[in-house]
Write a protein that binds this ligand. Structure first.
Ligand code: ZN
Length: 238
């Protein structure tokens, strides 16, 4: 599968503590994981022309991962339009990671602000609340992340079409940490762990969840492209 990782790549370049955890950027860490599973990976970062998300790259992507935080407002609206329409009209899969809950394409795709409560780094227990879901394949009933940034309810999203994971945090907050949405022809997943100062992207279960999510989100066959010829009357379609 062709997988594109968008990462704004700001923290890794400006904060030593983050660069130590992700010497090749968050995108580099995720790229290694996806390549090891046999995917062809393209990395795109904010400072690249068109943020690395040119028409050619987006049109050639089966599933896109999105990590952003400080630079949400710097992402060009033309690129957001391109990404969103690829999800809606062509079924490109989309996986929003951690602070991408406030990214422009997330808000456009789910239709709400994505606001939430947040707090300090603490112990998190991720509970698999829909074990039959393909994204939960081989994930235990629950697992612990020793340190992750607290995200809490209320999470300003529409009711997810499928809620796969729910998390508990040491200070008592709960959060819908793995949410699946169907939008247009596309499948969309939001996964909460992945704060830049935490090591969740090295956690075995989180890595499995990301690989499962990519597999689940791949475009369907048959309905995932507009036909170029009308199936009833044979005329050419734009
Ligand atoms: Zn964070």
């Amino acid at each position: 599968m062709n997988v594109t990782i968008f990462n704004e790549n700001i923290h890794e370049r400006t904060e030593k503590g983050v660069a130590e955890i992700f010497p090749n950027g968050i995108h580099g860490c995720l790229a290694q994981l996806l390549e090891s599973a046999g995917h062809t990976v393209t990395c795109a970062t904010l400072e690249m022309p068109e943020h690395g998300l040119t028409e050619q790259v987006v049109n050639g992507t089966d599933v896109m991962l999105w990590w952003g935080h400080m630079g949400h407002h710097l992402v060009s609206d033309a690129v957001v339009d391109r990404v969103v329409s690829r999800v809606m009209e062509y079924g490109m899969g989309m996986i929003f990671l951690h602070s991408a809950h406030k990214s422009k394409p997330f808000a456009r795709i789910v239709g709400t602000s994505g606001n939430l409560l947040w707090g300090d780094d603490q112990k998190e227990i991720v509970w698999t609340v829909m074990p039959s879901h393909p994204i939960a394949k081989d994930i235990p009933e629950h697992f612990v992340l020793d340190k992750e940034e607290m995200y809490g309810e209320p999470f300003m999203i529409p009711q997810p079409d499928e809620l796969v994971f729910t998390s508990w945090f040491r200070h008592g907050n709960v959060f819908r940490s793995g949410c699946a949405f169907y939008r247009g022809l596309g499948k969309v997943f939001y996964l909460q762990p992945g704060h830049e100062y935490c090591r969740s992207y090295y956690n075995e279960n989180i890595r499995k969840i990301i690989l499962n999510a990519v597999e689940w989100a791949k475009p369907g066959t048959g309905i995932s492209r507009y036909p170029s010829v009308c199936p009833y009357f044979g005329e050419k379609l734009d």
